[in-house]
Ligand binder design. Structure first.
Ligand SMILES: NCc1[nH]cc(CCC(=O)O)c1CC(=O)O
Length: 319
């Protein structure tokens, strides 16, 4: 039997799905095959919000999985809407890559040393707001395209820098272009950035014998701390009813004893930031206790943010 793994066709998606396929085969001996699916989000150059924002990348993959054309699909978890999708479940969350953003600038420049008026590219409202908050004298340029296209704007001289996720650059073997790692305590990133979500049809859990290979693969790559951290961070988004493009950063740290979560909401123009923390101790080390506590701390932190005016600071529901 060969496990068919659905993936987007971009270089980044193929690289991360290839990593998952190798991990599954190494742990279980099961053969895997990558099945690329082209999504409208991949081919269009329209802005994400005009495409319908949240979920443009995920829905084609999800339909493909529901039709039974593959056994599991790999998503970048930060691009996956928080709302459940009928018939599907996140069957595994593998170990997280670096959650930080990076600055990739010409001439070794950093956020601090970029000259006034420098042109910095990003398509993310969160990154645009963070740039504006730290350096209101920079020009933020709205860009689209995959990682290679974005880096090309810097090599061509069209931009002085771009902000990109360390995880994506790492998976592509391109961390050599990074000129600064932006630390999570000053620059929290998108909920679940650096994490992947492996989605499966819920029906496979009703026939465990018939789906033993898929279930073994899921179990082999599951990483509980990553699932807990991603759950806490995504609970903030979900409680705020915010989309993946909302100007929100969140960063959770999981220890055996507790979950510590920090979240920030930004005014789009950088004129204001609301930053709060919360932590909660795990009563037991049971998986459901850890995941339940992580979810609860994320919801509670979102309530704190709302109570302190998050919804007037930023357009949360715009996707
Ligand atoms: N929004 C695009 C996207 N979706 C996932 C990643 C890579 C990082 C990750 O896997 O979290 C990227 C590129 C980027 O943000 O630089």
């Amino acid at each position: 039997m060969t496990l068919r793994i659905g993936t987007r066709g971009s270089a980044l998606a193929m690289a991360q799905t290839g990593d998952i396929a190798s991990a599954i085969t190494a742990a279980t001996g099961v053969d895997t095959e990558l099945v690329p699916v082209t999504t409208h989000g991949d081919v269009s150059r329209e802005s994400l919000s005009s495409l319908g924002g949240t979920g443009v990348f995920a829905s084609a993959l999800r339909e493909f999985l529901l039709r039974g054309e593959c056994d599991l699909v790999v998503h970048s978890m930060k691009d996956l809407p928080t709302v459940a999708y009928a018939g599907l479940r996140v069957g595994a969350v593998p170990v997280r890559a670096d959650a930080r953003d990076t600055l990739c600038a010409r001439d070794g420049l950093t956020i601090e040393t970029l000259p006034s008026g420098a042109r910095v590219g990003t398509g993310s409202p969160r990154r645009a707001a963070q740039l504006a908050a730290l350096r209101p004298d920079l020009q933020v340029i709205d860009i689209r395209g995959n990682v290679g296209t974005r880096l090309g704007f810097v090599t061509s001289g069209e931009l002085d820098a771009v902000v990109l996720a360390a995880a994506g650059l790492g998976r592509l073997g391109q961390l050599d272009v990074v000129t600064e790692y932006l630390e999570l305590d000053v620059w929290p990133t998108a909920p679940a950035q650096g994490a992947l979500a492996i989605e499966v049809r819920t029906e496979i859990y009703d026939d465990r014998d018939g789906n033993a290979d898929v279930l073994a693969a899921l179990e082999a790559i599951e990483h509980q701390e990553t699932r807990a951290a991603a759950t806490a961070e995504r609970a903030v988004l979900s409680r705020l009813e915010a989309g993946c493009a909302a100007p929100i950063g969140a960063s959770a740290v999981i220890t055996p004893e507790r979950v510590s979560l920090a979240a920030a909401v930004y005014a789009p123009d950088g004129s204001g930031t609301l930053r709060l923390n919360r932590q909660a101790d795990f009563a037991t080390s049971a998986v459901h206790e850890i995941i339940g506590t992580a979810e609860a701390v994320g919801s509670a932190l979102a309530d704190d943010l709302l109570a302190q005016g998050a919804a007037t600071l930023a357009p949360l529901r715009q996707s």
